[in-house]
Design a binder for this molecule. Structure first.
Ligand SMILES: CC(C)(COP(=O)(O)OP(=O)(O)OC[C@H]1O[C@@H](n2cnc3c(N)ncnc32)[C@H](O)[C@@H]1OP(=O)(O)O)[C@@H](O)C(=O)NCCC(=O)NCCS
Length: 177
């Protein structure tokens, strides 16, 4: 059971059955899927994915993963999701992903959602390093992840270590009061 976490603008919570239509609306969008590891998803596959997410309780154990809803705090609109995948060999290391419906791009929601997720991972779990895999053409995502303190460690892999998160947070507090 994941206890929701929030800022004044955003919340991150578990998926529910009623998220299906909003989930499908952005999963089928070619622009949203353009730089992802998945292709635009049809309704049936989105439904199967949602059921798999809901039906698989998440634990911070090697190889486990989940997706969580990002919603607007005030209106409860479901605007996207974040992914957590624990490394297969090291339970202190995880991979993250993040996806927003196109209408919500460019308002700082992506950075804020990832920053909120990082705060959860580093303050409320045993995670010590967070990785993100980003294609070179995904400039928006690379800008976002570097702004949050991640460093490039190979062609597509970016990483943030726990001590660097705390150093960088002092700077971030200026932009995220
Ligand atoms: C990646 C994504 C989550 C970003 O969300 P967002 O809410 O638009 O992000 P933010 O507004 O917080 O930040 C985006 C930053 O990139 C900058 N940016 C936008 N387009 C850019 C471009 N072409 N090149 C460089 N930077 C760019 C913005 O100016 C902003 O920076 P700033 O905060 O310094 O002004 C969103 O675009 C998305 O869901 N994309 C599709 C899914 C995806 O690619 N996910 C990542 C997979 S690795």
């Amino acid at each position: 059971m994941f206890k929701p976490i929030e800022t004044s603008r955003l919340a991150i919570r578990e998926f529910k059955e009623t998220d299906l239509m909003t989930f499908y609306q952005y999963r089928k969008d070619e622009e949203v899927a353009k730089y992802q590891s998945w292709n635009p998803t049809n309704f049936l596959d989105t439904m199967k994915l949602l059921h798999a997410i809901i039906g698989t309780p998440f634990h911070f154990q090697k190889g486990r993963s989940t997706q969580l809803v990002v919603e607007l705090s005030k209106t409860k609109e479901h605007i996207g999701d974040v992914y957590i995948g624990i490394d297969e060999f090291d339970s202190n290391k995880c991979y993250i992903g993040y996806t927003l419906a196109r209408n919500y791009w460019g308002h700082g929601y992506g950075s804020e959602a990832v920053n909120l997720l990082l705060s959860y991972l580093f303050n409320q779990s045993e995670i010590k390093e967070v990785h993100a895999l980003i294609l070179p053409a995904n400039k928006r995502s690379i800008h976002l992840i570097k702004k949050l303190g991640f460093i490039s460690i190979s062609g597509i892999e970016y990483c943030l270590y726990k001590p660097h998160y705390y150093n960088n947070r002092n700077n971030m507090e200026k932009s995220y009061p």
